[in-house]
Design a protein around this ligand. Structure first.
Ligand code: CAA
Length: 283
């Protein structure tokens, strides 16, 4: 199956990134969100990042214009019927995702593949709300999407081989490297990454060291490009907590218990970079 028209549902940091790489791959993209404000912000992010690439000489002004012309923005699902591929990148909440998939299932053509960029929720459960579970799949991009090479591709229980292969090819077309992963809580990336971040938060909570010191240890000692607390702020502390909850509930194992300090920060609205404060303060 050849994909030409892509609908991206959710224009946040992940959705905008996915729309950008899809448009760069020459696909026809609609970037959808529920409010003009969200879609406009997503489009501005894409234009800013492409502009930086022009400044660096990696793109010409004409290429930037062509990529932007490949992306249309929308606040209604009127374009969904034209899409042959949908990737959902909304909030990490099963109820929200289930509602979106129910709607998409009604409005999209029968052949359309419905993918979710969920970072940890069960693909099989999301697929089960539709009448096409065999055409539902996980396509998990990493943040920042334009930079990170990995895409975890996760089959639900009913996903067909044809759908899997189409997504694998699409990921490659977008310049990514797909890796096949089974449908377990947190898949592979977040099952390993988030407990490390949670442990770094426990180190702050227990007074083992200051956030800066913890990040320095992991950067200088383990060659991580960002320390775990800087990365947590970058991902968003609400998303980090949501993923830890999925691991904790999914495995019922105390080793995945979210750190109380993480809960406290989320309750305070200290969600990291996007709210100006998390483990660090941002302008
Ligand atoms: N969006 C797009 N491009 C970005 C970017 C962003 N937010 N941030 C940086 N870049 C680009 C820069 O423009 C630069 O591009 P060029 O090579 O073309 O110049 C390149 O990335 C390197 O950036 P910098 O030199 O400014 O900084 P850096 O070397 O520290 O790299 C980084 C930045 C790539 C983000 C690096 O710090 C890194 O790899 N951090 C870890 C990221 C990570 O672990 N991501 C996974 C998060 S977990 C996840 O996504 C899964 C989930 O479900 C929660």
């Amino acid at each position: 199956m050849t994909i030409q028209k892509v609908l991206v549902v959710g224009a946040g940091q992940m959705g905008a990134g996915i729309a950008q790489v899809a448009a760069q791959a020459g696909l026809n993209v609609v970037l959808h969100d529920i409010k003009d404000e969200y879609v406009n912000r997503g489009m501005q992010t894409i234009a800013r990042l492409l502009g930086k690439n022009v400044e660096k000489g990696k793109l010409t002004e004409a290429e930037k214009t062509a990529i932007l012309q490949n992306i249309q923005s929308s606040t209604s699902l009127e374009h969904a019927a034209e899409a042959d591929f949908v990737v959902e990148a909304a909030t990490e909440n099963m109820q929200i995702k289930a509602d979106i998939f129910r709607k998409l299932d009604q409005v999209c053509q029968h052949e359309a593949i419905l993918a979710t960029n969920t970072s940890s929720l069960p693909i099989t459960e999301i697929a089960a709300v539709t009448n096409r579970p065999e055409r539902v799949i996980g396509m998990h991009f990493m943040n920042p999407v334009p930079v990170m090479k990995l895409v975890e591709v996760i089959r639900g229980l009913a996903t067909t081989d044809e759908v899997y292969q189409t997504v694998e090819e699409l990921a490659k077309q977008m310049g990514k490297i797909p890796v096949s992963v089974n449908d377990f809580p947190g898949f592979v990336s977040n099952r390993i990454l988030l407990p490390m971040i949670n442990e770094a938060i426990y180190c702050v909570y227990e007074g083992v060291a200051a956030p800066e010191a913890i990040d320095e240890v992991m950067k200088l000692g383990m060659n991580h490009p960002m320390g775990p607390l800087t990365l947590a702020d970058f991902i968003g502390l609400d998303t980090c907590l949501a993923i830890m909850e999925v691991l904790y509930e999914g495995f019922r194992d105390s080793k995945y218990r979210p750190c109380p300090l993480l809960r406290k920060y989320v309750k305070a609205g200290w969600l990291g970079r996007k709210t100006g404060r998390g483990f660090y303060r941002y302008e």
